[in-house]
Write a protein that binds this ligand. Structure first.
Ligand SMILES: Cc1cc2nc3c(=O)[nH]c(=O)nc-3n(C[C@H](O)[C@H](O)[C@H](O)COP(=O)(O)OP(=O)(O)OC[C@H]3O[C@@H](n4cnc5c(N)ncnc54)[C@H](O)[C@@H]3O)c2cc1C
Length: 423
């Protein structure tokens, strides 16, 4: 089939891009290797996504927020303040919502609920006007030609004006043997994007040599909707505050423990009661007694920065455009930003009858998104490296940086602005 836009990957970023462009008149193909059922009823994966106010607004515009709220209002937890701790010290650098003009810094939403809502929105749009075609249960296995190879062919059905006169398309092969062409191919297929690789775009990969264990727990001491990032010695802990259980009233949080992988493994299979005790101990008893309430999931920590975000009739969005370390909680926030930036460019080009895959448009997208993401990618790498280094000078520096940060209000305002997404 021929499309204006072909998206590889129906994760949160690919689905949001399809939804953002659903009403433009562009024809969109969305290819996903997982079966439809895995998208429709996405399973809990342990990730609680901390979302900036800006991302929350984008989610409202896309209809996802309302869908999640309609299903379960308690699924949207306010993240009022955030604190950063170091070692065994009770001292913390506090990033309060009062540094902003909002009553919370951001929101927390489970990743699987975002995925379900995004799928429901795209599916509804596909059924409403038929300009979105979902192809599930098979990956893109090869990029057959990039751009000009299909020159001279007719424009995609319903795409008059979108690439007027060029006849220039990118062609891919799916696992079922079918081929599809598009004016623009978009990779939204994870930080290790096979499509990006097939297009010859390289990436710098940084393996942090650590694995994150994430799960939901109840705990005795209330969190007051304050998120914790705790660079303890020998481990890194985080607490993402969820709404209290609406039935039992118990305090709930998503807990995050980072360790070298061989030390995470035994914790994944440990008896639930022993795991609760182990986590209470690891949190130094500051949350009181803790109890596991979900499945446990683990993620190796690997940062990825592609060398380019575009190529001929090709662009990357979501993690395929920047694979962040989760410590600064910006992966999906940047994913939504990439979707918004690219969708703006595509909408404008399509509305004025211009080519949606033109080199100018793609260069503009790449410039805007790199500028928005590269500085924080590098800062995040630096923080993650410094705060897991335990030589004596590093410990001194860690402590000094936190005290300095607490005293220097403009710095904390900057961090607060980055957490709300108003930078
Ligand atoms: C532990 C953890 C905590 C996190 N916390 C936060 C947070 O607090 N805040 C935040 O903003 N972000 C956070 N993130 C990051 C966030 O989860 C990701 O940025 C986001 O899920 C990426 O979405 P995506 O759609 O780009 O990629 P993915 O979710 O990786 O989806 C890619 C999709 O592409 C499909 N695919 C792959 N290859 C192919 C192929 N060849 N053909 C077709 N389909 C293919 C896959 O099956 C998948 O469905 C966290 C991540 C982790 C691991």
């Amino acid at each position: 089939m021929d499309f204006d836009l072909l998206i590889s990957g129906a994760g949160p970023a690919g689905l949001c891009l399809a939804r953002a462009l659903a009403d433009t008149g562009l024809t969109i193909g969305l290819v996903e290797q997982q079966p439809r059922e895995a998208l429709e009823n996405a399973a809990f994966d342990g990730r609680e996504i901390a979302m900036t106010q800006r991302s929350a607004s984008l989610m409202r515009e896309l209809g996802l927020w309302q869908r999640i709220h309609d299903t379960d209002p308690a699924a949207l937890s306010p993240l009022r303040d955030a604190k950063v701790l170091n070692g065994a010290s009770p001292f913390s650098m506090m990033i309060g919502h009062t540094l902003t003009n909002r009553s919370e810094l951001g929101w927390l939403v489970s990743n699987h609920l975002i995925r379900r809502a995004a799928f429901a929105e795209v599916d509804a749009a596909a059924k409403a006007h038929g300009r979105i075609t979902l192809m599930t249960g098979q990956p893109i296995t090869r990029v057959l030609s990039q751009g000009a190879a299909a020159a001279g062919s007719a424009p995609a059905a319903g795409s008059a004006g979108s690439a007027a006169g060029t006849g220039d398309m990118t062609e891919v092969l799916l696992a079922d043997g079918t081929t599809h062409r598009a004016r623009l191919l978009v990779a939204a297929d994870s930080r290790f994007s096979p499509t990006r690789r097939a297009m010859g775009v390289g990436a710098s990969i940084h393996d942090f040599g650590r694995t994150m264990l994430v799960c939901q727990m109840t705990h005795e001491v209330p969190h007051n909707h304050v998120a914790w990032e705790w660079f303890d010695y020998g481990q890194t802990l985080a607490l993402l505050p969820m709404n209290d259980d609406p039935v039992t009233g118990e305090h709930r949080a998503s807990t995050v423990l980072t360790l070298p992988h061989q030390r995470i493994e035994p914790l994944l299979t440990m008896d639930e009661e022993a795991f609760g005790e182990e986590m209470s101990r690891r949190y130094h008893g500051r949350l009181g007694k803790m109890k596991l309430t979900s499945t446990r999931h683990n993620y190796p920590l690997v940062g990825v920065m592609p060398h380019r975000l575009v190529a001929r009739r090709f662009a990357c969005v979501g993690d395929a455009a920047v694979g962040m370390h989760p410590v600064t909680a910006h992966g999906f926030n940047f994913g939504l930003l990439s979707v918004n930036t690219l969708a703006d460019e595509l909408r404008l080009a399509h509305a004025s009858g211009k080519d949606i895959g033109s080199p100018d448009l793609l260069a503009r997208y790449e410039r805007r998104h790199m500028l928005a993401t590269r500085p924080l990618y590098e800062v995040t790498r630096l923080i993650a490296t410094l705060y897991t280094t335990e030589a004596a000078p590093a410990k001194l520096l860690r402590n000094a940086a936190l005290h300095l940060g607490q005293r220097f209000t403009p710095f904390r305002k900057l961090v607060a602005a980055s957490l709300t997404g108003s930078l």
